[in-house]
Design a protein around this ligand. Structure first.
Ligand SMILES: Cc1cc2nc3c(=O)[nH]c(=O)nc-3n(C[C@H](O)[C@H](O)[C@H](O)COP(=O)(O)OP(=O)(O)OC[C@H]3O[C@@H](n4cnc5c(N)ncnc54)[C@H](O)[C@@H]3O)c2cc1C
Length: 474
């Protein structure tokens, strides 16, 4: 795909309320009410018939997010009988998703972007020249993608049930999902794609997740300082805190950066983001830092079109493997432990799991119950992949130990690596041996103070990673 400039493929959402630019020094964009909500999608779907025998399905998928719809459509296309349960299957997704374009291109979904930037940039410190990354980045057109995944489901006969899944009960060879409307739906396999707050996943190790937290707005602004042909992946500058010095000490310990997608000279998505913290950084503090940053950048918000609170658990242990319910997407440990991204990863994993489902559920071999669960889980989490995840977890633990200066030095060295390393790391594509080479190369590129950081702050996470790798090898 050739991309030479920003393609903005969707129109600015219609104005719904009069615009009032925030001018008073005591008020901010936080006082503005978002004027728009994601629209529902319009796809003809087949509803689950409650009069049918309850044991009709091979699979019940809980949740119509990206992961749930993708696995449902692919499983049905392989001949399986699938039902999706969601409180509102046709509702519009709320999250603003961004992704590297190549990740969607390899899935044949790059026509689902509604804006593409030919480059991304990373600003390490104030006044410094940004590091331009020669890798196109896109904003996912949520509506286009949901329609695309829903149509695949509809074309392959997936049934939908509009309700919340309450409980899942298991017998030896079948499971039953009890829904909020009293309906029970039975299937050989239940897939939980209900997002990372799922009550259905079990863990056999303490959950020591870190958290990404961010406040984002899609805003109409008087003007902004960003180049239209670059999205800002991370801006670690902190001079805006000169005006709010009381915010500085904590930012030095748990720093936040700006993520920005400039669509045109007056429309921009802005997100103040804490990459990872444990315990989670206060949401109020994030918003205060964002107010200070936008003031400093001279960005006057005329209208908040949408806002989002982003809270993503990262790292921590995998769910117990195997267990009676299969996970997909955010429930299955597919969130990148060091970046919080998971959409592309969840979409990429789905065909592998769908193939395993078709082989096991679609055949006459009657692989069911514990054996089925074991084999489906191992299709998603092979021993090699579990080992790779330990490396990514180590990356997160390392970031957790770093203050603002350490984080800057780390990313300065990281984005100087050969593109195959940093790109592969961000897209969870590196093998164990490539990850080991990346670590060596990163150490080689790092400044002396950054090396000191790694040596003094990382022994515990490193020892834990080596221990976990050894345990997995046994
Ligand atoms: C604000 C925000 C922004 C993000 N931005 C990005 C990004 O730019 N790029 C990226 O890669 N990742 C991003 N992520 C992380 C992650 O990729 C997303 O959270 C993604 O939506 C996970 O997809 P999913 O399908 O696993 O779950 P979800 O998208 O959370 O979908 C879960 C679905 O299950 C339904 N559900 C929940 N409980 C039940 C129940 N009991 N019964 C039935 N249905 C239920 C929900 O209604 C929902 O439809 C972001 C996360 C957040 C919160």
């Amino acid at each position: 795909m050739m991309i030479s400039s920003l393609h903005l493929l969707s129109p600015i959402p219609p104005k719904k309320t009069p615009t009032t630019t925030i001018r008073s020094s005591h008020s901010s964009f936080l006082d503005l009410t978002p004027t728009s909500r994601p629209e529902p999608v319009n796809v003809d779907i087949r509803l689950h018939s409650q009069s049918k025998p309850a044991s009709d399905y091979d699979t019940v998928v809980i949740g119509c997010g990206p992961a749930g719809l993708r696995i449902a459509g692919l499983a049905a296309a392989r001949g399986l009988r699938v039902c999706c349960v969601d409180p509102d299957p046709l509702s519009g997704w709320r999250n603003n998703y961004g992704s590297w374009v190549d990740e969607f291109a390899e899935l044949g979904l790059d026509d689902c972007f509604d804006a593409i930037w030919p480059r991304a940039t990373v600003v390490i410190r104030d006044g410094g020249k940004g590091k331009d990354l020669d890798r196109p980045y896109g904003r996912v057109g949520r509506k286009e993608m949901k329609v695309r995944l829903m149509e695949k489901c509809a074309d392959n006969g997936v049934a939908f049930h509009k309700a919340k899944a309450w409980t899942v009960d298991h017998q030896e060879f079948r499971s039953e999902v009890r829904c909020s409307d009293g309906c029970d739906i039975r299937a050989s396999l239940v897939i939980d794609a209900s997002g990372f707050t799922s009550p259905f996943m079990e863990y056999d190790k303490p959950r020591d997740s870190g958290f990404q937290i961010a406040h984002g707005i899609l805003a109409e602004v008087e003007s902004h300082p960003f180049d239209l042909d670059k999205m800002v992946l991370m801006d670690w500058s902190d001079s805006h805190l000169d005006n709010e010095p009381y915010l500085r000490p904590n930012n030095e310990k748990i720093s936040t950066f700006l993520y920005a997608m400039p669509f045109d000279s007056n429309l921009v998505f802005l997100e103040e983001t804490s990459l990872v913290s444990r315990p989670v950084l206060s949401y109020t503090e994030i918003k205060k830092r964002m107010v200070a940053r936008l003031r400093h950048l001279g960005i006057k918000v005329k209208r908040v079109i949408e806002d989002e609170k982003c809270l993503i658990p990262m790292g921590g242990p995998l769910p117990m493997i195997p267990q009676s319910v299969m996970g997909m997407g955010g429930t299955a440990g597919l969130v990148h432990p060091a970046t919080g991204y998971s959409v592309a990863r969840g979409l990429r994993a789905a065909p592998i799991v769908a193939d395993a489902m078709a082989e096991l559920l679609g055949s006459t071999r009657m692989v069911r119950g514990r054996q089925l669960q074991q084999r489906i889980w191992s299709s998603l989490w092979t021993a090699e992949m579990k080992g790779e995840r330990e490396f990514y977890r180590f990356g997160m633990e390392t970031l957790l130990k770093m203050d603002l200066e350490g984080t800057r030095r780390f990313f300065d060295a990281f984005f100087d690596l050969e593109p195959r390393y940093w790109q592969g790391f961000l897209s969870t594509r590196l093998s164990l041996s490539e990850l080991a080479s990346l670590c060596l190369s990163l150490f080689g590129h790092a400044s002396n103070s950054s090396r000191l950081d790694i040596v003094t702050k990382c022994p515990a996470p490193l020892a834990r990673m080596v221990g976990n790798l050894a345990l997995q090898a046994v």
